[in-house]
Write a protein that binds this ligand. Structure first.
Ligand SMILES: Nc1ncnc2c1ncn2[C@@H]1O[C@H](COP(=O)(O)OP(=O)(O)OP(=O)(O)O)[C@@H](O)[C@H]1O
Ligand SMILES: [Mg+2]
Length: 457
């Protein structure tokens, strides 16, 4: 996936995001450059730093969406954090390195799930055997047995005799055909109760928190509990247990760490809010500058200690984003500016863009509502002029109240379709056509009333 050519990446992004061609090009190049770096001879490879990007643009025009899609289509570890999160507590703020730990955590989970999917089949088979063992317990007999130490007993477990075998196969067939689905079996279920501990320290909550939890978790006795569950549920529980047992966690962690180092993407939102414009050095500015200072080593490349091991951040790609209404990228410290050499401005969305966003993307808003209503047997049709009308109203409300970009389309659509969404299960007419007239009738009065539209649209 990661060896997609820039043009292919842009084509993929086009399926979900309208316009913003510039931004798409740059993120595509950044992704390709990573792949290129890996082809470069070793001695130079480590010298090539990722070219981090700042996406500049008003709210709701696709900054986050582009980055998220990029990570998804390349199937690489991705984390979104707000830069302002680190200014919140006191001057030093939250431990900036925690973003790397969070990214590692996400990636480990991602890799584990993948691995578990891979062993799904053997896990299911093993679970089936265990259920059959419950339904038809293997025969156990004890025999006196003499060894060097003296008399003891020997337990013999028989699963093998032909009589039992054929019963077992019969049961297996019945299990497959779902005959036992409603029967209950006793199942031993592990419940490890980790006590809730909260520790406050200057190291940052989450770091101490999880190490401690793991430690205690290992010390606590495993609580197994007998529960009656349906066979179908037991199958699920046991499959999961078996899958967990089959997954080699050491391998998963190793893979995850190298994925983070080689292909991780961190989306750093609201970077404009940690820039310090104009007069420097007072109050909150100190903490903003502090966050920039803390960020720098991570972006430049450092080693962060996580509970899974050390992670080098040198080749993680950072995509920063911000509206930059009050500040400019040049208000960031020079060192940080140097680490974000690519700046892309995203365009404000036009009425025409809105029309396209409503209908064109693979996950287009209108399509979503159509699919939702299809589940009730209702066919929802939008005429071309209704699409234009919705886009025009969204644009107007954005201009008049607050510009929230494409997000406005969601609120407008929800308001427009309220009645239909409510009545859908009972309407006699199973095909509903929405025309421009209907859109106006429903939304005009709200739109005209500025106060009302502030609340509703
Ligand atoms: N160009 C676009 N094409 C398709 N959908 C879009 C576009 N821009 C925005 N959207 C829609 O609007 C929503 C919000 O967009 P997104 O989260 O990317 O905004 P943003 O630019 O990151 O804004 P903010 O600065 O507030 O974080 C997305 O979930 C998406 O559905
Ligand atoms: Mg965003």
């Amino acid at each position: 996936m990661e060896d997609l050519k820039p043009r292919e990446i842009v084509q993929e992004l086009d399926k979900y995001i309208i316009g913003q061609d510039h931004a798409k090009r740059f993120v595509a190049i950044a992704l390709r450059n990573r792949w290129r770096r890996r082809q470069v001879p070793q001695d130079l490879r480590d010298e090539i730093a990722p070219k981090n990007i700042i996406l500049i643009g008003p709210t709701g025009v696709g900054k986050t969406e582009i980055s998220r899609r990029l990570a998804k289509l390349a199937d690489v570890p991705f984390l979104k954090v707000e830069a302002t999160k680190f200014t919140e507590v006191g001057y030093v703020g939250r431990d900036v390195e925690s973003m790397i730990r969070d990214l590692v955590e996400v990636t480990v989970n991602m890799m584990r799930e993948k691995e578990e999917e891979e062993v799904a089949l053997p896990a299911m088979k093993a679970a089936e055997e265990r259920i059959l063992d419950i339904l038809l317990p293997p025969r156990r007999e004890t025999q006196p047995f003499a060894d060097a130490e003296g008399e003891t007993t020997l337990e013999i477990v028989t699963r093998g005799d032909s009589n039992q075998d054929s019963t077992r196969e019969k049961l297996r067939k019945m299990l497959h055909s779902g005959k036992f689905d409603d029967r209950y079996v006793d199942l031993e279920i592990n419940e490890r109760n980790t006590p809730v501990v909260e520790i406050f320290s200057n190291m940052g909550m989450e770091e101490v928190g999880f190490n401690f939890k793991d430690m205690l978790g290992g010390l606590m006795p495993k609580n197994t509990k007998k529960r009656k569950v349906k066979v179908s549920e037991a199958m699920e529980i046991l499959t999961q247990q078996e899958a967990q047992g089959l997954v080699d966690m050491e391998k998963v962690v190793k893979k995850a760490l190298s994925r983070v180092e080689e292909s991780g993407i961190i989306f750093l939102d609201e970077i404009d809010k940690i820039a310090v414009g104009g007069g420097k050095g007072q109050g909150p500015d100190v903490s903003r500058e502090g966050v920039q200072r803390d960020l720098l080593p991570i972006v430049e490349g450092t080693t962060v200690n996580t509970k899974y091991g050390m992670v080098k951040t040198d080749h993680i790609l950072f995509i920063a984003s911000g509206a930059f209404h009050m500040t400019k990228p040049s208000d960031l410290t020079p060192e940080l500016q140097g680490r974000f050499p690519i700046r892309v401005e995203l365009d404000s969305l036009t009425e025409h863009d809105f029309m396209r966003i409503l209908t064109e993307p693979k996950n287009a808003i209108m399509l979503q509502y159509q699919e939702l209503l299809k589940t009730e047997g209702v066919e929802l049709v939008f005429t071309q002029d209704s699409v234009a009308e919705i886009a025009s109203i969204a644009k107007e409300v954005n201009d008049r109240t607050e510009n929230i970009g494409a997000r406005r389309l969601h609120t407008v659509m929800e308001c427009l379709l309220e009645d239909i969404l409510y009545d859908a299960p009972e309407v006699p007419e199973k095909k509903i056509t929405i025309g421009a007239e209907m859109v106006r009738a429903k939304l005009e009065s709200i739109k005209e009333d500025e106060d009302l539209s502030r609340y509703i649209l």
